[in-house]
Design a protein. Structure first.
Length: 180
């Protein structure tokens, strides 16, 4: 029997995401942005819901290419509000467009905040159980502050930490997980 993180056993989609993408280090700007956008969309929803809409999100947001999204017109953004292929939360859509514009202005700063403090080496928390919320808040505070200072929106502690996990900046696979 394959041993994996408990959350990944809840559905086949989560299992595939966990086994092939979650926690694998991502360094390319558009791939980092893709991971970030999925976490922004996830706030208040299950990640399974986000995965259900991922292909629609990829199509609607031009493959999460930062420079293309940064050029979206007001009309294009308004079309997204009624696009049935995606999660149609206006604040989340606006955040993705805003964040694309911010990252397009300074991709090096985005990558420096994301990977700079780790020297491009994932932080391995060697977890035997999930981290408590207070530990996460303390760890992620510097990231949240720097992302907000940069101009990124919807980057609270939970979304930011989930992004760091998804993009492999932190390795939070449980120590007995075969996909560490």
């Amino acid at each position: 029997m394959v041993i994996r993180c408990e959350w990944a056993t809840k559905s086949p989609e989560l299992m595939i995401y966990h086994d092939t993408r979650w926690g694998k280090p991502v360094f390319e700007t558009n791939e980092l942005f893709h991971a970030l956008c999925l976490e922004i969309m996830q706030a208040g929803l299950t990640f399974q819901t986000v995965l259900k809409f991922e292909q629609g999100l990829l199509d609607a947001f031009d493959g999460f290419e930062v420079n293309r999204i940064a050029k979206f017109s007001t009309g294009q953004v308004e079309q997204l509000y009624s696009d049935k292929r995606i999660i149609r939360n206006h604040a989340k859509i606006d955040a993705i467009v805003n964040n694309a514009r911010v990252v397009a202005e300074n991709p090096a700063e985005f990558k420096q905040i994301t990977w700079g403090t780790t020297n491009s080496t994932p932080i391995d928390h060697l977890l035997t159980e999930d981290l408590d919320q207070e530990s996460i808040k303390q760890f992620v505070k510097k990231y949240v502050d720097q992302y907000k200072k940069m101009g990124l929106t919807r980057m609270g502690p939970t979304t930011t930490y989930s992004f760091l996990q998804a993009a492999g900046i932190v390795n939070d696979h449980l120590v007995n997980c075969e996909f560490r």
